[in-house]
Design a protein around this ligand. Structure first.
Ligand SMILES: NC(=O)c1ccc[n+]([C@@H]2O[C@H](COP(=O)([O-])OP(=O)(O)OC[C@H]3O[C@@H](n4cnc5c(N)ncnc54)[C@H](O)[C@@H]3O)[C@@H](O)[C@H]2O)c1
Length: 270
């Protein structure tokens, strides 16, 4: 069902890798709600070719951008402004990567070259995108920026590894840039802290099956799906949430405020 919540709005979606990606589902929902889109991903991810299917479905151009490169980000922002004939109204940052996680290197043994790379891609990239947007004046008044995060920024989930540190920094950048962009141009910046979700990035975390089942049992509403997350993003990009900024918004079926559930206690008593 469409409510035309994003009619006339223009947005950039980072991070749609394949049909499972949260960014993919969000692009589809934004399109259904009347937005015009531009899609972007790392050139290496674009070589998979999947993103072209999405581009066709949502009638959007695709521009490659490695978010760890200042040059790529400036080029993307410049081209987006050329394409739309002005600024954008919303941006989705749906990007995460840890080489330490990928290589199965435990937190205490982290390789710092890998740590730097992961931090740059997963967290600093939000700063880079926002700095470039501010310099080029690429986000319209009352624009909305959302970055996706995970509760490991606040609590320990051992196998989430250095992504926990990356997410803590991502959330801090959203707050601090949110202050500055709010004062300057009423641009609002928030993070959405999503339930574990079966995607390429999500499934890369060790013990993911146990993890997602545990979260399901610990959430009064159950885990939020990627589709639910896409709906929440639409709401955050719409004019219905104009005064929400600098927040970390839990979108997790109640997991974040649940101490324990009856289901988990019953299981412990077995
Ligand atoms: N899946 C989960 O359980 C879960 C839970 C909470 C938050 N998140 C967050 O949601 C976001 C989206 O992840 P997803 O689960 O949809 O997985 P995904 O693997 O589909 O998306 C991750 C994206 O990051 C992109 N990326 C990696 N390096 C990049 C670079 N250098 N430049 C540009 N893009 C790059 C990938 O190409 C990919 O499209 C991430 O921030 C992730 O941490 C995921």
């Amino acid at each position: 069902m469409s409510y035309n919540l994003l009619k006339g709005k223009k947005g950039i979606i980072f991070g749609a890798l394949d049909e499972k990606s949260i960014a993919w589902k969000t692009a589809i929902r934004c399109h259904e709600e009347g937005a015009q889109l531009l899609l972007t991903n790392a050139p290496v991810a674009m070589r998979m070719g999947e993103i072209n299917k999405l581009a066709e479905a949502v009638n959007a151009p695709v521009i490659g951008c490695d978010v760890s490169s200042n040059e790529d980000v400036t080029n993307l922002m410049t081209k987006a402004m050329e394409h739309f004939g002005g600024g954008v109204d919303f941006i989705l940052h749906s990007i995460g990567m840890s080489i330490n996680v990928r290589k199965g290197i435990t937190y205490t043994e982290n390789n710092y070259d890998f740590t730097h790379k992961g931090l740059d891609i997963s967290a600093l990239s939000l700063h880079r995108v926002l700095q470039s947007a501010m310099k080029l004046d690429a986000i319209n008044e009352w624009g909305s920026v959302v970055a996706l995060t995970y509760i490991a920024a606040q609590r320990v989930f051992p196998d989430y590894n250095d992504m926990a540190d990356n997410k803590a920094m991502l959330e801090s950048i959203a707050r601090n840039f949110g202050y500055n962009y709010g004062v300057k141009k009423h641009v609002r910046i928030n993070t959405i802290s999503q339930s574990p979700t079966r995607t390429t990035a999500g499934s890369g975390v060790k013990g993911f099956d146990g993890f997602i089942n545990y979260a399901e049992k610990m959430s009064p509403l159950g885990n939020a799906s990627a589709e639910d997350c896409a709906n929440y993003c639409v709401m955050m990009f719409s004019d219905m949430t104009r005064m929400v900024t600098m927040q970390n918004l839990f979108h997790d079926g109640g997991f974040s405020f649940t101490g324990v559930t009856k289901e988990v206690i019953d299981q412990m008593e077995k």
